[in-house]
Design a protein around this ligand. Structure first.
Ligand SMILES: Cc1cc2nc3c(=O)[nH]c(=O)nc-3n(C[C@H](O)[C@H](O)[C@H](O)COP(=O)(O)OP(=O)(O)OC[C@H]3O[C@@H](n4cnc5c(N)ncnc54)[C@H](O)[C@@H]3O)c2cc1C
Length: 335
């Protein structure tokens, strides 16, 4: 009805949004951005944009023969936008490859268990209309699994894009598993970024996580939270609030100097009440199934441990975009 206008940012607080044309192409020719990375969140919007971007690519792609090593399109990310884009690529019979650093689902995969998902009906290429309005995280992930099975969509999971360079007519994309060549790129990588890893032995164990979804799942556990920022402090306190947990907040620095005053007050209070422990100047050395090795100076101690949460920052998508020359615009409440 025109009664509501959606804007990016506010008059005083800007958001950084990459520049894209109405075809979702950035200022770097043949590099497209869809979904939340382009500023348009929500499952339906992201999915639809992914489809539209690849429809635009299909209109100009040369349809490389199957034996050609150069792909028509490489899609990065398999959240809603990447799934939409990949289905469109399959429908248009493009030679495509989709890589996803995690498992299929994007941000949805990281929703809390049984979260209610509000969405709107969306048309999926080769599958038809999904008439969902309200569903759960688990049902939505199941639906995507069904879509992938029925359409024969191929997604290379647990493969991370490391770098992207241009070589004449095509791009060279280096990943954690190899190298690809592609004429068009669709970046559907969302805005959450990639959490930074510590690189210590045992970090690949399933008890290690980089975000806390449900503090309630921890009761009577020995938990170590690594980091010195607000996310680490808030996670440590949330787990310490659950019954029976023994929580240690470990930070390599001398003081928690970056945290919000409110968190500082709450943490000091929790430490005084012995709800958790804080170990400054400490470094995680090794993670075992049932314990960890933690160093303070030269002294290494072995501590009992069930779960580890690491909040060591991460690579933000905007840093990557700038490195490949994509123009970023600051929007102050722009419609
Ligand atoms: C707590 C929460 C609740 C929400 N609830 C709703 C809701 O009820 N309804 C709704 O419509 N929306 C909801 N949203 C928003 C919605 O989840 C997002 O808008 C949507 O997931 C964006 O889709 P996307 O595909 O653009 O990005 P994402 O879903 O973030 O997917 C990006 C994918 O790219 C991958 N990736 C990133 N970097 C790389 C790399 N270098 N190499 C390979 N892969 C990479 C990531 O692993 C990820 O899987 C919610 C969001 C949150 C955080």
């Amino acid at each position: 009805m025109g009664a509501i206008t959606l804007v990016f940012g506010t008059e005083t607080r800007s958001v950084d949004i990459p520049y894209v044309t109405p075809e979702f192409e950035t200022n770097v020719k043949s590099v497209f951005i869809t979904g939340e990375l382009g500023g348009m969140g929500l499952i339906k919007n992201a999915t639809t944009q992914g489809v539209q971007a690849v429809n635009n690519i299909a209109a100009r792609a040369r349809h490389a023969p199957a034996d050609n090593k150069v792909h028509d399109v490489l899609i990065v990310g398999a959240g809603p936008a990447g799934i939409g884009a990949s289905l469109a690529a399959l429908k248009h019979k493009l030679k495509y490859v989709t890589i996803e650093q995690d498992d299929i689902g994007g941000t949805v995969l990281n929703y809390p268990r049984h979260k209610i998902v509000m969405t709107s009906p969306v048309e999926l290429p080769l599958y038809g209309k999904i008439k969902l309005k309200e569903t759960s995280k688990e049902s939505l992930l199941e639906l995507w699994t069904d879509v992938i099975r029925k359409t024969g969509l191929k997604i290379n999971t647990f493969e991370k894009m490391i770098s992207m360079t241009k070589d004449g007519d095509f791009f060279i994309i280096k990943t954690s598993k190899g190298e690809y060549y592609a004429r068009h790129i669709v970046l559907a990588i969302g805005r959450r970024g990639t959490p930074r890893k510590l690189g210590v032995p045992g970090e690949n164990l399933s008890k290690v996580a980089y975000r806390l979804l449900e503090p309630e799942q921890h009761q009577n556990h020995h938990v170590i939270v690594i980091g010195g920022g607000d996310s680490a402090v808030e996670a440590a306190m949330a787990i310490a609030d659950q019954p029976g947990n023994k929580v240690l907040l470990s930070y390599r620095g001398e003081a928690l100097s970056r945290i919000k005053p409110m968190n500082k007050t709450r943490l000091d209070d929790a430490l005084a009440k012995k709800k958790l422990d804080l170990l400054l100047n400490s470094n995680l050395k090794e993670i075992g199934e049932k314990d960890v090795k933690l160093a303070v100076g030269e002294k290494v101690s072995t501590l009992k441990n069930d779960y580890i949460y690491i909040f060591a920052g991460g690579e933000l998508p905007n840093e990557f975009l700038k490195s490949i020359g994509v123009q970023i615009e600051k929007k102050f409440g722009k419609a």
